[in-house]
Write a protein that binds this ligand. Structure first.
Ligand code: ADP
Ligand code: MG
Length: 403
């Protein structure tokens, strides 16, 4: 079986950071509300252990991150000043926000830092060179520090300058958050406590094909929900009303089902579903057997019978990984299936790992995030790991055991 990370990577605990200038690539890409305020600060909180670790050792901490999609130019509302303020409040320690991430002003600010000081560089994506992974830009960032720490799990699937470029110029190690994320996914994929179940949902099967193909050879149970259940049902010859079926994926889905049978993996599709004419709030809904979806109706959520089946199956699992909501949970009428799965996992006496932007969002909305073993801070990066593919940002780090 393919290994998720071929070699263990060095972490900040294996390098002498005392008094050093340390450039930390963090993931402060937090959601903002309409007023431009921080809507949710999980990612900032998740970065605290590494920052505290460095400050306690008198390192000079130079933080950097991207925020949003400024398309390579300065966008006032995407400045990181708000993040610096929130971080400062959480740490109880000053965090100085700089007006750029490279250049003479940044260099002199960094030169004046003392041990334990923290600065936050300006949004990396204000420079187009960041996304293009331009070596000269990476080298300028690297020149600010003596050690590079990647703690940005959520950006580690990107081939960007601050993720893969900078580590070419500096000793490069994993931060505590990155270590925890990678360790959790590696453990459940390579050596899970069994029975091991995966719950996969979301809108489209095409978004999750690589995850399904990788996970099917690792799990004991695969549970399918969300809009993608329509393509699974169609692949077995059932009508799916007006639900979106990805006809070009029917063969791929049949192959996954065949693999499940061959390997003795229990594959659960929803027995019943909530359907509606459209995916809108206030619209009349009906619960129907999954094999009898009326014409003109779309699958909006798993039904209560399916939620019972899934709950029963999950309750006896020792490890569960969940990616993709069971229904259009953003609309209250279609949130129940997702809520039921979240509730079972919250009460499970085993390892529960939540990955994916929407899935994490759902679990947080239900107030159940604290009751999971691990709620990933990365969407795309978590999917990459679940697909069994290496993360470029992790590959770029120094191997453990090297001087
Ligand atoms: P994640 O971000 O956790 O990886 P996805 O992006 O794959 O999850 O899927 C999330 C989206 O899937 C949500 O916006 C949700 O509304 C949508 N979704 C779930 N069930 C359905 C459905 N039955 N029909 C259409 N969209 C759905
Ligand atoms: Mg998503």
């Amino acid at each position: 079986m393919q290994n998720v990370i071929p070699r263990r990577k060095k972490t900040i605990r294996e390098i002498d950071v005392r008094g050093k200038r340390v450039l930390v690539r963090a993931d402060f890409n937090v959601p903002l509300d309409e007023d431009g305020a921080i809507a949710e600060d999980t990612r900032i909180r998740a970065s605290l252990p590494t920052i505290r670790y460095l400050c306690e050792r008198d390192a000079r901490v130079i933080l950097c991150s991207h925020l949003g999609r400024p398309q390579g130019r300065v966008v006032e509302r995407l400045r990181l000043t708000l993040v610096a303020n929130r971080l400062s409040a959480l740490l109880g320690w000053p965090v100085v926000a700089l007006r750029d991430c490279v250049g003479p002003e940044v260099e002199s600010a960094v030169a004046e830092m003392s041990g334990g000081d923290i600065v936050l560089l300006e949004n990396l994506r204000f420079h187009p060179e960041e996304k293009k992974d331009e070596p000269a830009f990476a080298e300028k960032l690297a020149s600010l520090a003596e050690i590079y720490v990647n703690d940005a799990f959520g950006a580690s699937h990107r081939v960007h300058a601050s993720v893969v470029g900078v580590p070419e110029y500096l000793p490069a190690v994993a931060g505590l958050l990155l270590e925890r994320e990678i360790g959790t996914f590696t453990r459940i994929l390579e050596d899970p406590e069994r029975p091991f179940a995966a719950v996969i949902g979301g809108a489209k099967v095409s978004d999750k094909l690589e995850v399904l193909e990788n996970i099917i050879s690792r799990v004991n149970t695969l549970i399918i929900g969300g809009g993608m259940a329509a393509t699974f049902l169609a692949s077995q010859g059932y009508g799916t009303g007006a639900s979106h079926v990805e006809t070009d994926r029917l063969d791929a889905v049949r192959e996954i089902s065949a693999k499940a049978t061959k390997r003795g993996v229990r594959l659960l599709l929803p027995r019943d579903v909530v359907v509606a004419e459209r995916l809108e709030t206030g619209i009349p809904t009906r619960v129907v057997p999954a094999t009898e979806i009326p014409d003109g109706r779309v699958i909006a959520d798993i039904g209560p019978g399916a939620a019972d089946d899934f709950s029963h199956e999950l309750a006896s699992s020792r490890t569960v990984v969940w990616n993709g909501p069971m229904g259009v949970f953003e609309i209250p009428e279609f949130a129940e299936g997702t809520r039921r799965v979240a509730a079972v996992l919250a009460n499970l006496r085993g390892t529960t790992v939540i990955g994916g932007g929407s899935t994490t969002d759902a679990v947080e909305r239900f107030g159940l995030a604290d009751q999971m073993t691990h709620v990933s801070t990365g969407g795309g990066a978590a999917l990459t790991m679940l697909s069994g593919k290496p993360l470029p940002g992790v590959m770029a780090l120094d191997d453990a055991g090297t001087p």
